[in-house]
Design a protein around this ligand. Structure first.
Ligand code: AP5
Length: 290
């Protein structure tokens, strides 16, 4: 009842556009993606683009933790010190927030995890969470980049906190310096975006997060991206990997349908004939993830 009362206050135009979005999204295949890479490698820049195109939810543990710190919640109070130093927050805290977030309706078609998992323990816990839901990680996009490029990217970054839009004073400047292009609200810089804190963040990345790339490489789901290229070129590379992934899946479904057709009387698989390629693809995409 409470949910219905809340919806009464939502403007019709917003309800209709959300309905249209959900109808459009219904035909998209499910996808579970992880974006991994050092600070400033472009994960947060690429995520909103993939999120909208593939109807996925975007879960950025850094953003969630910063919101908790700003709101001074018990989680934020525990996380604050580690974040300011550029160290990682404890595994238990971040695993808890991801487990809760994955239950959201917006994550129904899949997710983009940005900044999680960052340790092998977090990766193992994620596998356990997904096992319980009967799904797997489809692709891990590794934003490969030289450390030397990152200081300029990090120290020039400007953020619009409420939307998450990111700018860069040199590489992606806003139309008016210090002001968000869409809302006209002020942009801010992150407390940990300094050359000194970056050193600790990079150290944490090499020591604790690089082993996560090996963890997923052994599962054969890692795709390496040339993250030093300009943003539009990185977007093209990301899309190439995702499109290839869908194509491989659909090819395999076609083969399955053909063989089903040949053997349908023998094995009684007629019902499969009526199932759309998309639906079968959705069921098989975790099995055939290349
Ligand atoms: P988090 O917020 O996740 O920070 P991060 O991983 O350090 O990543 P960034 O957000 O700095 O980089 P990005 O790759 O998103 O870069 P962006 O696209 O913005 O984590 C912060 C802290 O939270 C951690 O230190 C830790 O304490 C804690 N934490 C979070 N998750 C945790 C976890 N799972 N476990 C434990 N602790 C956790 O790009 C950067 C800039 O470069 C922008 O200005 C952008 O415009 C520009 N840019 C982007 N792409 C390009 C390009 N191709 N060419 C030129 N410029 C570009």
């Amino acid at each position: 009842m409470a949910a219905a009362a809340d919806l009464e206050d939502v403007p019709s135009v917003d309800l209709m556009s959300e309905l249209l979005r959900r109808m459009k999204c219904a035909t998209k295949p499910d996808k579970r993606l992880i974006l991994i890479g050092p600070p400033g490698s472009g994960k947060g820049t690429q995520s909103p683009i993939i999120k909208d195109e593939y109807c996925l939810c975007h879960l950025a543990t850094g953003d969630m933790l910063r919101a908790a710190v700003a709101a001074k919640t018990p989680l934020g109070i525990k996380a604050k010190e580690a974040m300011e130093k550029g160290a990682l927050v404890s595994d238990d805290l971040v695993v808890g927030i991801i487990d809760d977030a994955l239950k959201k309706p917006s994550c129904q078609k899949g997710f983009i995890l940005d900044g999680f998992p960052r340790t092998v323990v977090q990766a193992q816990k994620l596998d356990e969470m997904l096992d319980k839901r009967g799904v797997k990680v489809d692709k891990v996009l590794n934003f490969a980049i030289d450390d030397a490029i990152l200081e300029e990217r990090i120290t020039g970054r400007w953020i619009h906190p409420s939307s998450g839009r990111t700018y860069h004073s040199k590489f992606a400047p806003p139309k008016v310096p210090g002001v968000d292009d869409v809302s006209g609200e002020p942009l801010v810089q992150r407390k940990d975006d300094t050359a000194v804190v970056l050193k600790s963040r990079l150290e944490a990345f090499h020591k604790q997060t690089e082993p996560v790339i090996d963890y997923y490489s052994k599962k054969g789901v890692v795709a390496n991206l040339p993250a030093e290229k300009p943003p539009p070129e990185v977007t093209t590379e990301v899309k190439k990997f995702l499109v290839t992934f869908i194509r491989i899946c659909q090819q395999k479904v076609s083969i399955l349908r053909e063989s089903t057709s040949r053997h349908r009387f023998r094995f009684g698989y007629t019902e499969l004939q009526t199932v759309s390629v998309h639906f079968v693809c959705k069921r098989l995409n975790t099995v055939f993830a290349s």
